[in-house]
Write a protein that binds this ligand. Structure first.
Ligand code: BES
Ligand code: MN
Ligand code: ZN
Length: 499
């Protein structure tokens, strides 16, 4: 059966769980009121006794039911009706998914909530319910003998007769694709550096390209040399693992249409290099390819959705390590675009990788660029662990990306690009140095990148905070989060399909 929309009545639904989202102190919808009656008023009694309040992402389980075919109902709070948004719904439904996905072969049915607040369409609700259930039911179980969480065997999104059946089915399919793509990004982030290194990441890219009909191209170290990517190669030279540049291409529109380029930082492990990180800072650095993972996830979704646009995803894959050939402080590198860079900290490696990959994307005719990178601890200091920093050279393009993030329920915040931050990057011996002062470090990093995009409308997303979650929470699993996958797909969906 898989994942699908249905307007079957609740009494005849056969599933292991029925999930019902209820807003705080809102009257029960007709459907839920009928169910309440069938259950002899159980739901209204729980509300009456305040055992269930509808507060956001709180739950109550009704177990062992015999009055309906589904033996279990999970009530999940949506918060105040007027405040329900994509982000709050996602939080509620992720919590629900995490509550009911602890057994194998579970069939889950989720009722589309009937809200007073009509800011979200039934189709949007169908899609976010599906993606949240798809993401929330997958845990960090890759390396456990006994999994803690199991993807649903079947997922039913339940609407009323009034719902547009085919539009809702389409929305459910879109939600499923988005959820799968987020899960793919999470998976590659969650795999440690012993499993995911540049060559194995590139192999995964090739597998995915075959599976979903994307064109792929992998550049090895010799080709990177030919392409004059001296900045990226310097980072790679301290590792036994050779670098790769993986490229995925989706041609959904006429070749004359503009090209959207995604560029992901793919540092499969960041030890800091000779500017070695202390243990505490290094322990999560398998996540430093979160940008490349987001690009990979988004490209699969764009292909599966057959979006009528031209998109190229670039993933710059290197390992930042220490050996006898490591790049050193004081080294002067020549990037692809000819600019020279004095290395004053080998832990500011992400910008060195992106410099060359951005320049290549420009040379290959990108009309608009979005790069994604777990770039700076400073961005986490500025915006916290759950907000992506936005940096841009172009107001319209930045607004388009921020709007897509909003429509995807992902939190982003724009940071200033004042020229004085760029001044900090002046070197005594080269065109640029790779670090500025301590202050405003996320912005100096962005100003550094700006040297490699010519005049192309460009947005840099610093995902150092949101790409990786330190711990499990009720509404999300720790580890890779797949952040920005949905936003990238949304940007592509809004992108011009012709000149
Ligand atoms: N990969 C790190 C940034 C990072 C920090 C990602 C925390 C995720 C969580 C990046 O390569 C780095 O080391 N940045 C340095 C830059 C500094 C040397 C200018 C940093 O943030 O300390
Ligand atoms: Mn680093
Ligand atoms: Zn890094």
């Amino acid at each position: 059966m898989g994942t699908q929309f249905t307007n079957e009545s609740i009494s005849s639904l056969s599933a292991d769980w029925l999930v019902i989202g209820l807003a705080e102190s809102a009257p029960l919808s007709t459907t839920v009121a009928q169910l309440d009656e069938t259950l002899n008023g159980l739901i209204s009694r729980l509300i009456e006794s305040e055992d269930f309040t509808g507060k956001l992402a709180t739950t109550a389980s009704l177990l062992g039911l015999t009055e309906i075919k589904t033996p279990r109902v999970l009530l999940v709070g949506l918060g105040p009706d007027a405040e329900v948004s994509l982000a709050s719904l996602e939080k509620a439904m992720m919590t629900a998914a995490r509550t009911i996905s602890t057994k194998q072969n579970t069939t889950a049915a989720v009722l589309i909530p009937e809200l007073e607040n009509k800011s979200l369409s039934t189709e949007q609700l169908s899609s976010v319910l599906t993606s949240a259930m798809t993401v929330g039911s997958v845990g960090q179980d890759l390396y456990r003998q006994e999994a803690a969480r199991f993807p649903f065997q079947d997922l039913l999104i339940v609407g009323t007769e009034a719902a547009d059946q085919s539009a809702c089915q389409q929305a459910v399919e879109r939600g499923r694709i988005l959820g799968d793509s987020v899960n793919l990004a999470r998976e590659v982030v969650n795999r440690p550096a012993a499993d995911i290194y540049p060559v194995s990441f590139a192999n995964r890219v090739e597998d995915v390209s075959k599976e979903y009909g994307l064109e792929s191209e992998i550049l090895d170290e010799n080709q990177l040399k030919q392409e004059k990517m001296g900045s990226m190669l310097a980072v790679a030279q301290g590792s036994d693992q050779p670098p790769r540049l993986a490229i995925l291409k989706h041609t959904g529109a006429d070749p004359s249409a503009p090209t959207l380029a995604f560029v992901g930082k793919g540092v499969t492990f960041d030890s800091g290099g000779l500017s070695l990180k202390p243990s505490d800072g290094m322990k999560t650095m398998k996540c430093d390819m979160g940008g490349a993972a987001a690009v990979l996830g988004a490209m699969t979704a764009i292909a599966r959705l057959k979006l009528p646009v031209n998109v190229i995803g670039y993933m710059g894959l290197v390992e930042n390590m220490v050996n006898g050939s490591s790049y050193k402080l004081g080294d002067v590198l020549t990037a692809r675009n000819g600019k020279t860079i004095e290395v004053l900290n080998t832990d500011a490696e992400g910008r060195l990788v992106l410099a060359d990959v951005l320049a290549l994307a420009v040379d290959r005719g990108a009309s608009n660029i979005i790069d994604l990178a777990t770039l700076t601890g400073a961005c986490v200091v500025a915006l916290g662990e759950e907000v992506t920093g936005v940096f841009s050279n172009n107001t319209d393009w930045s607004k388009a990306v921020q709007n897509a993030a909003k429509n995807s329920g992902e939190d982003v915040w724009e940071m200033p690009m004042f020229p004085q931050f760029g001044e900090q990057l002046k070197s005594d011996v080269a065109d640029l140095k790779n670090i500025g002062t301590r202050w405003g470090g996320a912005i100096t990093a962005a100003k550094f990148l700006e040297n490699f995009i010519s005049e192309t409308p460009w947005v840099h997303l610093d995902i150092a905070g949101p790409a990786f979650a330190a711990a499990n929470l009720p509404h999300r699993e720790g580890g890779g989060t797949g952040c920005m996958v949905k936003t990238l797909v949304e940007v592509a969906g809004q992108y011009p399909t012709s000149k």
